[in-house]
Ligand binder design. Structure first.
Ligand SMILES: NC(=O)C1=CN([C@@H]2O[C@H](COP(=O)(O)OP(=O)(O)OC[C@H]3O[C@@H](n4cnc5c(N)ncnc54)[C@H](OP(=O)(O)O)[C@@H]3O)[C@@H](O)[C@H]2O)C=CC1
Ligand SMILES: N[C@@H](CC=O)C(=O)O
Length: 431
């Protein structure tokens, strides 16, 4: 690092997380870390914002990235998001001998190994502790703390926005209102489809699979299901089944496809006694299952400027102290979203005789067995909501039946199919 062991920091992106990093640097006043540059488009507006009060008076504000890339800054802190231009700028920073700290989960999921190789080539750091679970130290916890185990499964809640939405819907809030609230509080991605569609969590899941299970997954191949189709009625029925609904992310060895990994990000019915059901608001929860050490749980705020800035500052301290994370070789692995699980099927129909027997027929045609049929009183006959749960069955098999049921005349909406999470299911391979 530079004179007197001061690490000079150049910030790329002065939004929710970037401005919180400036605030924490100012508030903690760590002697070895100094904020020297800030890059953002429309820099005048950023410089005039209330958050600018936390930036040292001698820091350079610019909307020309060259001012940072050609500066004497030691570390580029990328908090802009997206693959481009963030990716090429990080490559240039690494090639020129600057370390990089980033919270950019998409970039790390898609290009992590190539960027880490570039960092190794110039002997600099590339740390991304804030890219998964915001302020929860799950990345250093897994790499430094669990490298000595063989992790067979990683599951949990990886998106604070979805957890905020679903836990508030559980308490009676409306989807569109809580999504807007999550956006205004700075939890959501700039395009919130990344959150609700599962793309943010799948990037995080791929990163966790890489660092914890040493497998490289193609994020595009990871099955995702949106939470946008979950309705108030589903929480009512989930409650009757002793469950709530959460966006669950899960990766483990596949029990249906040898040599493949099972990975899925989807809203699921979660039994109330599962710790995953207890997570509220922006809380993230990651449960790792180790062959030798058993389950380890990480939990805390997975979104929000200040929580995420904690992870960024922790990475900056690691860089300034030249602390290197444990690294393992990774192997590319195919991925499937198919697994055996009980399923929850919710129908909204224009009621008439024969609907239940037609649904039973469609399920029996694919070999799926009904576990229960539930119809709460009070729904109008011309828009009747009822639920069928199945015994454990392949998700692809249920999807085949659901496709045929969706074509039935009485269906007012495509049926909603959700996996039901089974606690301690014995279907999982252990090696
Ligand atoms: N918010 C959170 O809770 C968390 C976020 N992250 C990650 O941190 C990163 C930053 O997130 P967050 O702070 O929430 O996002 P914001 O949208 O609040 O901030 C991004 C900043 O970068 C600027 N910016 C974006 N694109 C460009 C561009 N092409 N050129 C110049 N400036 C640009 C934006 O400017 P403008 O204001 O003009 O749009 C904004 O100031 C993302 O990778 C995100 O995924 C990770 C963990 C948690
Ligand atoms: N939008 C993300 C922010 C943190 O990664 C989330 O809601 O989890």
């Amino acid at each position: 690092m530079t004179t007197q062991n001061i690490t000079k920091i150049a910030l790329v992106g002065f939004g929710t997380v970037g401005s919180s990093v400036a605030k924490l640097l100012h508030t903690l006043n760590l002697p070895n870390l100094r904020l020297t540059h800030i890059y953002n488009r429309g820099i005048a507006g950023k410089r005039g914002s209330a958050e600018a009060a936390f930036v040292p008076a001698d820091a350079i504000w610019t909307e020309d990235i060259e001012d940072l890339l050609t500066s004497d800054a030691d570390v580029i802190v990328e908090l802009m998001g997206g693959l481009d231009p963030a990716g090429p700028w990080i490559e240039r920073a690494l090639a020129s001998g600057k370390s990089v700290v980033t919270a950019n989960k998409q970039l790390i999921a898609y290009q992590g190994p190539a960027l880490l190789a570039k960092a190794a080539a110039t002997n600099v750091h590339l740390l991304h502790g804030a890219a998964v679970a915001g302020g929860v130290p799950v990345i250093p916890g897994i790499t430094q703390g669990l490298g000595g185990d063989q992790i067979t499964r990683i599951s949990g809640i990886l998106n604070g926005t979805c957890n905020f939405i679903l836990s508030k819907m559980e308490a009676g809030a409306r989807y569109s209102e809580v999504l807007a609230e999550a956006q205004s509080l700075g939890y959501a991605e700039s395009d919130p489809t990344a959150d609700v569609g599962g793309f943010d969590a799948r990037a995080k899941l791929c990163i966790l699979a890489r660092i914890g299970m040493h497998v490289e997954l193609d994020p595009e191949q990871v099955a995702t299901q949106t939470i946008a189709l979950v309705d108030a009625v589903d929480f009512a029925y989930a409650k009757e089944l002793g469950c709530t609904i959460r966006q669950v992310s899960r990766v483990q060895l596949s029990s249906t496809s040898p040599d493949s990994m099972y990975a899925r990000v989807a809203p699921m019915l979660v039994p109330r006694e599962s710790p995953i059901a207890w997570s509220h608001g922006t809380q993230n929860m990651v449960v790792t299952t180790g062959r030798f050490g058993g389950d380890v749980v990480f939990s805390g705020h997975g979104a929000g400027g200040e929580a995420t800035a904690v992870a960024v500052l922790s990475d900056l301290l690691a860089v300034s102290q030249n602390s290197r994370p444990v690294a393992f070789p990774v192997t590319p692995r195919p991925v499937t979203g198919d697994s055996v699980a009980p399923h929850y099927l919710r129908f909204i129909v224009d009621d008439k005789p024969g609907i239940v027997s037609a649904i039973a027929g469609a399920l029996s045609k694919v070999g799926a067995n009904i576990d229960s049929i539930i119809q709460r009183p009070g729904y109008p006959k011309n828009r009747l909501a009822f639920v069928v749960t199945t015994e454990p069955c392949l998700t692809s098999t249920i999807a085949e039946a659901v496709e045929s049921m969706g074509k039935m005349d009485c269906m007012l909406e495509p049926p909603l199919s959700l996996q039901i999470l089974v606690i301690d299911d014995k279907d999982e391979p252990t090696a």
